[in-house]
Design a protein around this ligand. Sequence first.
Ligand SMILES: [Zn+2]
Length: 141
Amino acid sequence: MSGQGNTEQSEKVEVLLNAGLNAPPTVQKEIIQTLASLIYDEKEAMEAITKIALSASSIDVKMEAIDTLASYGLEAIPYIVKITKAGPDSLYGYGAEAIKDIRKRHAKWKRCPNCGALMPLNARFCGMCGHRFPDAEGMGR
Ligand SMILES: [Zn+2]
């Protein structure tokens, strides 16, 4: 759905990406923000942000990228996983927390492990087979 013939925008993105790969952390953070607001196609935006994050050596930049990606919702999880896996190890907790948060905010359904029926996230029992869910996730704290 991204507009064809929008070469001016993709050139801009290209330039930003190239600049971002070798930039100092503060500039990389700004570029992440700019990319997020510049690119309408969500997948393209997430890919670009991930690229910057993976090239960054600063954990600050990676965290910024994770935060920005998180605003895209569930679709962002694979990208956050990629950044988190690339390390450093100290990033792991942050990435895991971000993913948990997204799931909490966006997931409305869970699948019964016993019969496969979809049940509301806060259900305590499966309405189809009566299976008891181990923890009522998403109930809020
Ligand atoms: Zn069930």
